[in-house]
Design a protein around this ligand. Structure first.
Ligand code: GLY
Length: 300
């Protein structure tokens, strides 16, 4: 079976001047990882490695470049899932780590648990040998400036960022040559969030879901709405009857009508079909098309 790979770098009103870096990052993830998938890499390795590339990139709201919370600190959430056996690993409120998605994978593979948060997740990452960085190494001038702008603004709401402000959760979905699906999502959440706030990304079925019997799906957008409708699982289940593309579109319609949510989704269904959709102005994403090769888009 020909492998498939799709990644996203967030859905929001990406300004014209930020289009190029948004596209370059998602293109790089596909360029580096797709050939490895063709050489037999597993879907699980592929999504972790692809998200690592996006976590390193200061353009996006994950790893380096993430938003600051109300205290001016970065707190990171991530989840990885294997569609073959429904195994999953997730972390929330991690600090000073560049690769939260790899910590999530360690939770999945090295513990009897699926989800670690806060202090426990931090201690686990340390025990697994992840290097903790000086917080300034994850911080960008862009986010610091933005934080100073909104920190005392009484009119600012965290969901505003899904309108014309910087934001960009990252995610990757892959199908390997054996037909196995996997997904990974990594985020800094929303700006000026309360310390301890967790979004949809690490919640199974909300921002991240993979099941070989239906689809694998990574979501980006306003987490408080996405988790209310368990969007990634909803869309994946729907794909079994209406296919990946229609499932993404229909799920966004449900999100908007039920909870006034704003989001974007990427998906590969169990037959290897791609799906992508957003109801924000733009979404940065890229995938490998069997005929056209690398395709990158800023709008679906
Ligand atoms: N979708 C990312 C978040 O709300 O945390």
């Amino acid at each position: 079976m020909k492998p498939k790979l799709i990644v996203h770098g967030g859905a929001w009103s990406i300004p014209n001047k930020m289009i190029d870096p948004h596209l370059l990052g998602v293109e790089q993830a596909i360029r580096e990882i797709y050939p490895l998938l063709e050489d037999g890499m597993s879907a699980l390795d592929a999504v972790e490695r692809a998200v690592n590339i996006l976590e390193e990139d200061p353009t996006y709201d994950s790893g380096r470049g993430a938003f600051l919370n109300a205290k001016g600190e970065i707190e990171l959430d991530a989840m990885i899932m294997n569609g073959a056996d429904l195994n999953m690993g997730a972390v929330a409120s991690l600090q000073n780590l560049l690769y939260p998605i790899s910590v999530a994978r360690m939770v999945m593979e090295k513990t009897e648990h699926t989800f670690l948060v806060g202090k426990g997740a931090q201690e686990f990452a340390r025990a697994m040998g992840f290097v903790e960085l000086d917080p300034r190494e994850l911080l960008t001038e862009r986010e610091l400036e933005f934080w100073h702008k909104v920190r005392n603004d009484p009119t600012f709401e965290t969901r505003d960022v899904f309108r014309p402000q910087p934001k960009g959760t990252c995610g990757a979905v892959a199908m390997d040559e054996n037909g196995n699906l996997a997904v990974a999502t990594s985020t800094g959440g929303s700006p000026r969030k309360l310390p301890g706030r967790m979004g949809d990304s690490p919640i199974p079925g909300a921002g991240t879901w993979a099941d070989n019997h239906s689809a694998a799906c990574s979501v980006t957008g306003w987490g408080e709405a996405i988790m209310r409708v368990v969007l990634a699982k909803h869309a994946s289940d729907l794909s079994t009857t209406i296919g990946a593309m229609e499932a993404c579109r229909s799920s966004l319609h449900m999100l908007k009508t039920r909870v006034d949510g704003d989001a974007g989704l990427i998906m590969i269904d169990r037959h290897g079909n791609y799906g992508f959709a957003h109801n924000t102005d733009r979404m940065a994403f890229a995938y490998w098309d069997p005929d056209k090769g690398l395709v990158s888009r800023i709008e679906a």
